[in-house]
Design a protein around this ligand. Structure first.
Ligand code: SAM
Length: 276
């Protein structure tokens, strides 16, 4: 019998994957969690019916949420990931020799446990001695840590449930306070085709808190519409003009110095979302 999984990305559009096996499907305290083994993209983490990551294309998302922000800071030593329980962003952060401490603040411990069990290629960094894993609300953690981090990555689910506050103006101001003087924020900010309101609102919110704000695009096949955005907020250095020598020594499959520069070039329809 053929088994197919469909994510309805909008009311009228979705993507479908052929499933070899359902490895786990359960309701946690925060969301519905599933790990599916799909024929085309390998193992896939699904939360509340939305694809979070797959073994085949995860490198694009995790490299792009991490390295542009890490290279915008001259010497990132303390880094935090808010959300990101699959561990992919932590794995990328650890590629930077300057990192002394990486803190994962994930609200749902069951996402971490499922990722460790079923997605070892993605979650391997969580066992590194430089990593501290906290099962806690990222909103509260950021509010309670002032000038604590050089870089913060907001690797959140879509703005539903516990993640709603992770897209708020108040949170962006708290992130600014939680960063050191040359601090850099990177947040995943959804699809320019399907989530234009979220991109416009988060760009406005981050611009209200940070002197330098830049939107970046990348292509992720299993995400809604395939085109994805990240927004960077920086306290002092402009991600567009920083030196990228360190990009050459990183072991990456998608990110490079050229990709860094290209990612900030926006097509007019995206530019118009953030220029009002
Ligand atoms: N790459 C993914 C994407 O864009 O689809 C996001 C991956 S990661 C699995 C997102 C995580 O954010 C989830 O595991 C979820 O539990 C976590 N999360 C949601 N709200 C949170 C909050 N307030 N504090 C900390 N983690 C949160």
């Amino acid at each position: 019998m053929d088994l197919w999984y469909t994510e309805k990305q909008t009311q009228a559009f979705g993507i479908t994957a052929k499933v070899r096996e359902t490895l786990v499907a359960k309701t946690t305290e925060f969301q519905h969690l599933a790990v599916l083994d799909t024929e085309e993209f390998g193992r896939m983490l699904v939360l509340d019916g939305m694809v979070q990551t797959t073994v085949r294309d995860e490198f694009v998302y995790h490299e792009m949420i991490t390295h542009p922000a890490m290279l915008t800071h001259p010497n990132p030593r303390k880094v935090a990931v808010i959300g990101g329980g699959d561990g992919g962003a932590i794995r990328e952060i650890l590629k930077h020799d300057s990192v002394e401490r990486a803190v994962l603040v994930e609200i749902d411990g069951e996402v971490i446990a499922a990722s460790k069990k079923y997605l070892p290629e993605i979650s391997s960094g969580l066992e590194d001695p430089r990593v501290e894993v906290l099962v806690a609300d990222g909103l509260q953690h950021v509010r309670e840590h002032k000038a604590a981090y050089d870089v913060i990555l907001v690797d959140s689910t879509e703005p539903v449930g516990a993640a709603i506050g992770l897209f708020s103006e108040e949170f962006y101001r708290d992130l600014y306070e939680a960063l050191t003087p040359q601090g850099v924020l990177a947040a995943q900010t959804e699809s320019p085709f399907f989530n234009q309101g979220i991109i416009a609102k988060s760009f406005r919110g981050i611009s209200g808190a940070f002197p330098c704000t830049r939107l970046m695009l990348t292509s992720i096949p299993t995400y809604p519409s395939g085109l994805w955005s990240f927004t960077l907020g920086s306290k002092s250095n402009d991600p567009l003009t920083v030196a990228l020598d360190k990009a050459q020594v990183l072991s990456t499959r998608y990110y490079s110095a050229s990709v860094h520069k290209a990612a900030f070039q926006l097509p007019p329809f995206v530019e118009s979302l953030i220029r009002g």
